[in-house]
Design a protein around this ligand. Structure first.
Ligand code: HBI
Ligand code: FE
Length: 269
């Protein structure tokens, strides 16, 4: 099928082979063992509601038909990373661009690019949560605006430290809602159990100043108190914030600065 301007392609669900589905099953079963008690309840409920399971790579149309009546989102297939503006435009219009291919058997533990397992197991279940669903659409609108203001890096950091690598505080302890963690066997354990990384209370300015690395476990995680906090913190127009931040230095991923509020690791137990 010809590529369109929005990079949307046909998922080609019937072209997946038994081997593709078997890779999905292996990846799914590993996470299904780890995530109860580590992932937040909203995510686990989303997974169940959408019927994302071990049997194989889901059909995006079937997922969309469950998601759309709930929060207005649909899943569209893309060949991989798409340009920022294309990505933001999809999100702003409540279309989640999901990669249609699955990793090779040699890449079970790590790859830098998104594949269908990361996109569907990691991102899609959160889209059935109404507040998160609104947050992600607002993020898309903010992205289009940030691109025009030369502040794309600020918004990429926000996406990275929330949508991809966010933690949430619950009475029972810290839980994961970030997709980059949810789809990783090793980081879903590391982010909660390892004493090394910083776990800091979410602070929008701090997040927007913090650089990130895409090639290793995170040095710093930001912890929200609830999805309402995230949505409310990101509701105001960021234009004045971007100019304010221009005068402040960036913060390296493995640094602690005055004012940081650490979240105790016991909470993760
Ligand atoms: N494209 N398919 C896809 N998936 C992403 O997560 C993605 C992208 N393009 C750009 C992009 N992410 C990042 O620049 C987001 O910040 C912000
Ligand atoms: Fe992702």
């Amino acid at each position: 099928m010809a590529k369109r301007g929005d990079y949307v392609i046909d998922q080609g669900w019937s072209a997946y082979t038994g081997e593709h589905h078997a890779i999905w099953r292996t990846l799914f079963e590993r996470q299904a063992k780890l995530l109860p008690g580590r992932a937040c309840g909203e995510y686990l409920r989303g997974l169940a509601q959408l019927g994302v399971a071990a049997d194989g790579i889901p059909d995006f149309e079937r997922l969309s038909d469950i998601l759309e009546p709930a929060t207005g989102w649909r899943i569209v297939a893309v060949p991989g990373l798409v340009p920022d503006e294309t990505f933001f435009r999809h999100l702003a219009n409540r279309r989640f661009p999901a990669t249609n291919w699955i990793r090779a058997p040699e890449q079970m533990d790590y790859l830098q690019e998104p594949d269908v397992f990361h996109d569907v197991l990691g991102h899609v279940p959160m889209l059935i949560h109404p507040v998160f669903a609104d947050y992600l659409a607002a993020y898309g609108r903010g992205g289009l605006k940030a691109a025009g203001l030369g502040a794309l890096h600020r918004l990429s950091r926000l996406y990275w430290y929330t949508v991809e690598f966010g933690l949430i505080r619950r009475p029972e302890g810290l839980r994961i809602y970030g997709s980059g963690i949810l789809s990783s066997r090793t980081e879903s354990v590391y982010c909660l159990d390892d004493p090394r990384p910083r776990r800091l209370a979410f602070d929008l300015r701090r997040v927007m100043r913090t650089e990130y690395r895409i090639d290793r476990f995170q040095d710093t995680y930001f912890v929200i108190d609830g999805f309402d906090q995230l949505f409310e913190a990101t509701r105001p127009d960021f234009t004045p914030l971007y100019s304010e931040l221009e005068d402040l230095p960036d913060i390296a991923p493995d640094c602690t600065v005055p004012g940081d509020r650490g979240v105790p690791i016991e909470l993760a137990a």
